[in-house]
Write a protein of this length. Structure first.
Lengths: 467, 208
């Protein structure tokens, strides 16, 4: 059936998942993949209490990542956390859901293991009760985060009532300079369009820069769509995507793989497809980036200075900048490269994959961390692969802590937090007040920049480190 | 779900943009079950209370005039960030039934509807105007009428707001959404049959 008008990738995926239409532009959207973490235990419990079954346990997969400690050998002791994790094991067992649980080497951050296991597939819909679910959009999937009540709804019906967001195309063109990474691209974009810039939109990331990116890099970009306000962000699937997926444990095989490939080739936006809005970013304009405030939009090149609220025209903006600087303990005009750090965190669903760890290790090799620094791999399998390359030795010899997989210090709900007033160079995604612990001061950076901060004891332009 | 029809109540102004859900409820409270004793205390905890547990007197909800507030009037992108539905549960536990803003975090916005908390989107200038009236007359009330889709300001001005008709109906009746969707069982099953023949690769065959 030929369609007259050219369509965006988003529209195509949306259209093929419509079960039925409801009032007011709502559609009942089918969910191809539902990923759970221990935060879903409550929803599973409510479902069981209502006597309802999980409709499609074969499309539902679970792991534990948010609340587990990542110190080697540590186990959760807080009774509420133990209850959540044990509850997840019990409910998934009773409902026949595959669970990558404690002790399973495949366990890890839900947005790292979904792709790693070949669960995330192009042209499909994927949801998870976590706002960084857009990570999976890197594969050309329509992936978005949902709340706990929505999790329960998907468990019971494998669907969600949704209205169509507006379409935003972000085109990034050109080559990234040395030391400039996918993390810097997404921080620069958020600084450009603002933390609310993508509210109500589905983003498609396109352009030669994105095309040239590896899957790990595309995941970093899509991951932070929510920090620009957009619930979903995606990249068209291509040979890079297919090569990455082929042979993954849960990916289609044999004849099914051939059929899938034929289908996935039809997923990218048609030439001439209309977007409600377009934003262009030149790769050559992006530098290694550091955030200075308490919103991811507060990002500047490392060569910049802490901005002066007095220079902001809008009084509301002035007030919020002043509040952010007070929280961060920073003075206007301070060069970002003179800010000393107390702690470094390399990890999170944004930057804990093998390429991230390699990039950090390249900077660390032959140097010493002068502040406490952690490396938290995204999954047990990432950890193993890094160890097979000897990356763990590089980190440990440089004085870094090499830890078990999990969300760790990105979420601050597992007891792993920074102290009040501590300044953290972090590869995570949120520099909100209190995000990494009450009073903790978070600066978002790439893995290479975090590693550079660890060895310098302050933010430093990774391009000047050499080697 | 508790239905929402009309509400006349004290409204509290919050002027900061981009108030994220970590600020609405810090991460360390997320393992607490909904409805746990003291849940209302988690709301805005780290800006509402000093380290010793004493109230931070400047914080808007700690001021006498706003203690009975059931409506929050906020700035752009309130509820951004984490998908934690506990942000809505904490607002509700404290007594908030409606949030008025120029824009809301997308996931927070949906979570409001699922819990009988009405989100109202107003143009930025109108929301700012409301906040300045509330600052000028602490303890002033607003009236929100969901059926009529109107909001009456302290100065008597009436603002019309848009609300998704489907979500409006669900809020007015307090209907269980899962039960509603299961009413479409036939359509879901038919879709699954089409999917099984059209995209058989979607269902993982191997056990990994």
């Amino acid at each position: 059936m030929a369609s007259a008008a050219p369509r965006t990738m988003f529209e195509k995926i949306w259209a093929r998942h419509v079960v039925t239409e409801g009032p007011g532009g709502h559609v009942l959207l089918y969910v191809g993949r539902h990923l759970l973490h221990e935060g879903a235990t409550g929803a599973l419990g409510r479902l069981a209490a209502e006597g309802r079954r999980v409709r499609r346990p074969d499309l539902t997969f679970a792991t534990a990542d948010h609340f587990l400690p990542t110190a080697p050998g540590a186990v959760a002791t807080d009774p509420e956390i133990v209850g959540m994790v044990d509850g997840l094991a019990r409910h998934t067992g009773a409902q026949g859901i595959v669970y990558f649980g404690v002790g399973d080497p495949r366990r890890g951050i839900v947005h790292v293991i979904g792709p790693e296991q070949g669960l995330t597939l192009p042209g499909t819909t994927l949801v998870c009760g976590d706002s960084h679910t857009a990570t999976h959009g890197a594969f050309g999937a329509l992936a978005f985060g949902i709340g706990s009540t929505e999790v329960e709804h998907v468990l019971a019906t494998q669907t969600l009532w949704q209205t169509k967001p507006r379409a935003l195309r972000v085109a990034v063109e050109g080559r990234l300079g040395p030391g400039v990474t996918a993390k810097d691209v997404i921080l620069a974009l958020i600084a450009r369009i603002g933390a609310a810039g993508g509210v109500g939109h589905a983003i498609e990331y396109a352009g030669s820069t994105i095309r040239a990116m590896s899957m790990d890099e595309r995941m970093t970009v899509c991951n932070m769509s929510i920090e620009a306000g957009a619930r979903t962000g995606m990249v068209a699937p291509d040979e890079t995507t297919f090569a990455w997926l082929e042979g993954r444990p849960f990916a289609p095989r044999g004849e099914a793989w051939a059929r899938a490939l034929a289908d996935w080739a039809t997923v990218p936006s048609d030439p001439g497809a209309r977007f409600d809005r377009e934003v262009a970013l030149a790769a050559g304009d992006v530098a290694p980036t550091v955030t200075w405030g308490t919103s991811p939009q507060d990002a500047l090149p490392i060569t910049g200075r802490v901005p002066d609220p007095a220079a902001a025209g809008d009084p509301a903006r002035r007030a919020s900048m002043a509040r952010a600087l007070a929280y961060m303990g920073l003075r206007p005009g301070t060069p970002l490269g003179e800010i000393a750090v107390d702690r470094v965190f390399i990890g999170s669903c944004t930057n804990s994959r093998l390429e991230d760890l390699r990039a950090a290790a390249r900077v660390v090799r032959g140097r010493r961390a002068v502040v406490p620094a952690w490396v938290v791999p995204g999954s047990g399998l990432v950890k193993r692969a890094a160890e097979a390359e000897g990356l763990d030795r590089v980190f440990v010899e440089a004085g870094f802590e090499w830890r078990e997989a999990g969300c760790s210090m990105c979420v601050g709900m597992n007891g792993e937090t920074a102290r009040e007033g501590e300044r953290v160079a972090s590869t995570s995604n949120r520099n909100f007040e209190g995000r990494q612990g009450k009073g903790a001061r978070t600066h978002l950076v790439s893995p290479a920049m975090a590693a550079a901060a660890a060895v310098a004891g302050r933010f430093v332009d990774v391009r000047t480190l050499g080697g | 779900m508790q239905p929402f029809t009309t509400l006349t109540a004290v409204a509290a102004p919050l002027d900061l943009p981009n108030v994220d859900t970590d600020r609405i409820i810090p991460a360390r409270f997320l393992a607490k079950p909904r409805g746990a004793p003291g849940y209302a205390r988690f709301l805005f905890h780290d800006v509402r209370f000093e380290a010793d547990g004493a109230e931070q007197p400047e914080f808007v909800l700690n001021r006498a005039a706003y203690r009975g507030a059931k409506i929050l009037v906020t700035a752009e992108n309130f509820g951004c960030g984490s998908s934690r539905e506990m942000a809505v549960w904490a607002l509700e536990a404290w007594g908030i039934r409606a949030v008025i803003a120029p824009s809301l975090g997308d996931i927070f916005h949906q979570n409001c509807f699922k819990n009988g908390l009405l989100p109202v989107i107003l143009p930025a200038a109108a929301a700012a105007g409301l906040r300045s009236q509330l600052h000028a007359r602490p303890g002033a009330t607003l009236t929100v009428d969901l059926e009529a889709q109107t909001l009456t300001a302290p100065d008597g001005a009436r603002h019309r707001f848009e609300v998704d008709p489907f979500r409006k109906q669900m809020l007015l009746t307090g209907q269980d959404e899962v039960a509603l969707t299961l009413g479409h069982e036939g359509a879901i099953a038919a879709f699954e049959r089409r999917l099984a023949s059209g995209a058989p690769w979607l269902v993982p065959q191997a056990g990994g």
